[in-house]
Write a protein that binds this ligand. Structure first.
Ligand code: P6P
Length: 346
């Protein structure tokens, strides 16, 4: 009888502590921030799971049975993260999809040397139909570590390659947290009975080419001719049976990206005539997803430029996104730039 093999039982707190060992200059502040963030994600997960029951539980649009103000789930998620990030005093400034301006932490004489940018609830329009939604986050060091001034918008507008950590939470059939500190990307699944995120996939690796493409085909006639040619190409049966690809599209970027980094293939939100810079946000969506994709061995670009190299000009700017298996993204880029060999003979 072969000896039983036992899977290591690793919580995200264990993993964050272990990762701290990989950063010799770490002082525990960063670890404290990540642990505070996981508390916020567990609270959001709990309330996302109840969302469908609000009406049944008598949680009206205005006040619930306890007379408490019932707020929209994305507003609630936004507040939970901001409150969790105030605790440590290590965060000097925040930016959120839900707030027009930066949020400077209100701790007196705050010397925090980190900042967080986040989309508290990506895909929230899917809540009412029980489709997976998620939270996306990035953590940076502030630009001037010697400053004792409040954090500023310059701290928030750093290029994505400056990220210290990035990740996302998926509220689907289970709650999954994927994060990286630059040493691979790792997935944890929440066991709600004990409130712990347990390691389920370490060092996720994306296949160098996949069989799925994920894009809103409803925008087909708004895309450039080159993008239409690419999508037509991957839908056309090939002799070696490598094509057609299968189409998958959930409409929540975090969920579509997660499937893409696990199974391979490509997720795209290209620019189109309605959205000349695409729909997804650079600062608090694309940068985190791009860092995760690269840590899994994949690629993320705007069709030409590496996402992580793009210097943001404003908090809410949008960016086209091509993300996934390296070979698939390179092929899409060749079509996007009109340089694919097949386009020369069309
Ligand atoms: P469309 C969700 O609203 C979101 O911001 C992303 O999560 C998602 O990828 C995209 O919009 C879906 O947009 O235009 O396909 O409905």
């Amino acid at each position: 009888m072969p000896a039983m093999t036992t899977q290591r039982l690793t919580t995200i707190s264990h993993h964050i502590d272990d990762e701290q060992g990989l950063h010799p200059e770490a002082t525990g502040e960063f670890t404290s921030i990540l642990n505070d963030l996981t508390l916020a994600l567990r609270l959001i997960s709990r309330d996302v799971r109840r969302a469908g029951l609000n009406d049944v539980l008598g949680l009206t649009r205005d006040t619930n049975v306890h007379g408490e103000q019932v707020r929209k789930l994305d507003t609630y998620s936004n507040d939970v993260i901001k409150r969790a990030m105030q605790r440590s005093g290590h965060i000097c400034v925040m930016a959120s999809e839900e707030d027009e301006e930066i949020v400077v932490t209100d701790i007196v004489n705050n010397r925090g040397k980190y900042l967080i940018v986040f989309d508290p609830l990506d895909g929230s329009s899917n809540i009412d139909v029980g489709v997976t939604i998620g939270t996306i986050f990035s953590i940076y060091k502030r630009v001037d570590l010697t400053s004792d001034e409040a954090g500023s918008v310059e701290d928030v507008l750093q290029p994505g390659y400056k990220q210290e950590a990035a990740g996302y939470a998926l509220y689907g059939s289970s709650t999954v947290l994927v994060y990286t500190t630059g040493h691979g990307a790792h997935a944890f699944t929440l066991d709600p009975t004990i409130g712990e995120f347990l390691l389920t996939r370490e060092n996720i690796r994306t296949p160098k080419r996949g069989k799925y493409y994920s894009v809103n085909e409803g925008n087909y006639y708004y895309w450039s001719e080159n993008i239409r040619q690419y999508v037509d190409y991957i839908k056309t049966p090939s002799k070696d049976k490598s094509r057609p690809y299968s189409h998958r599209y959930i409409g929540t970027a975090v969920a579509d990206v997660h499937r893409t980094i696990i199974y391979g293939g490509i997720f795209m939100y290209p620019a189109d005539s309605k959205a000349p810079n695409g729909k997804l946000r650079l600062v608090y969506e694309a940068n985190a997803l791009a860092m995760i994709a690269e840590q899994c061995g994949g690629r993320a670009s705007d069709g030409q430029n590496r996402i992580l190299d793009i210097k943001p000009n404003n908090i809410h700017e949008r960016v086209p996104l091509f993300l996934g298996s390296k070979e698939d993204v390179f092929e899409a880029e060749a079509f996007f730039m009109g340089e694919h060999p097949l386009q020369q003979i069309l």
